[in-house]
Write a protein that binds this ligand. Sequence first.
Ligand SMILES: [Zn+2]
Length: 422
Amino acid sequence: MIETLKQLNPEQPIWLQVGQLLDGQSTPLKHANLVYDQEQILFVGAQDQTPPAELLKPGQTEPDCILENYTVLPGLIDGHTHIFLEGAELDFAKRKAYQSQDAVDLLAASAERCRKLVKHGIIAMRDGGDKDGVGLFLSRHRPSGAAAEVFTPGPGINRIKRYGKFFCEPFEDFETAEQVVDNRIQRGADHIKIVPTGIINFAKAAVVAKPQYTIEEVEALTSVSHQRGKHVMAHASGALGIGIAIEGGVDTIEHGFFVSDEQLQRMLELGTTWVPTFAPVQKQVDHADAMGWGELERENLQIIVDNHAKSLRKALELGVTVLVGSDAGSCGVGHAEGLFYEMELLEQAGMPTLEVINACTGGNAKSLLDNPNYGRLAAGNKPRFILTEHQPLKSVSELRKNKTVVFDEHVFDSSEANMADF
Ligand SMILES: [Zn+2]
């Protein structure tokens, strides 16, 4: 039946009847009807809601395709990536050589990556920053053909000589929060990325470096960003720095390792979203040999991941909004593979499967891109969705398996794309 779908002319409405429809926000519809053309989704309805004739081809009374064994769901969105980096490479020398390429080569590799992502059903991402302008370019000039869309902060904002040099430019290039935020916006930033903390020291199982900003400094950055209509994503791990980011009013806490239950409660009160990014730390566990970790670090890594899973369950119990970001591009986290892995890690940590899927589609779209047009199957949204014969509600792992991806006028078979080469 999928072969039939490929033959249909997307300039005219296409009517699909599918066994199950996940709209990216609510509960599944059974035996659903979906009508779309290459521009937009025209109609979504349950079994007893047949599409109105004016939305169909003249005289059409039957679906173009009946896909009873299929589930349809919106294209996935990665809530935290670094599109300019190749994640899967574990060899430090090779990673360094890749990163030292000039911006033109990095851009060519990244544009190709965006095209490949679509074939895996990933249609957009919120980038976490790069210093080479790759994200800014891709955000404004989409690669030709079907390519995942990049929403970017441009370079993150760290403090001079502190963590983040490879994806940031320092606050100190300017004098005030207003100047630094306006600089990013003038360069085309879709949102603002700040780096209030360092990273985890795995030997000490803690974030030992002192936070990069005070609450007042974070507040200054977030209030200017909000005045300009931009949300703020904050790299924050370690309770001290997480507290500063939360109280400073950021919109999303990225990573958030060592978050306390009290801080989760505070996030609920303030409406702060959490993007836990299990994948980059779990990959350190999975590849401990290649990373050169000894016994102590391995034990600490496991404890950190286990505690993170506990915090996730607490966050869900409280009702904190949790979204799905893989940190793809960071060491060991490939694009595409990283997002499927992050979904699995959230599921294994106790997030119900449908919630993971809704977070990775409608949730990520609304809270991360400030754009409801993505991540939902609803009339008026772009026709970018996944059709699968597997059982994504049994486990998100099923989404790794073969699927058909519709992206505007294009139809792809994911088996044409290789998950390993990211
Ligand atoms: Zn990141």
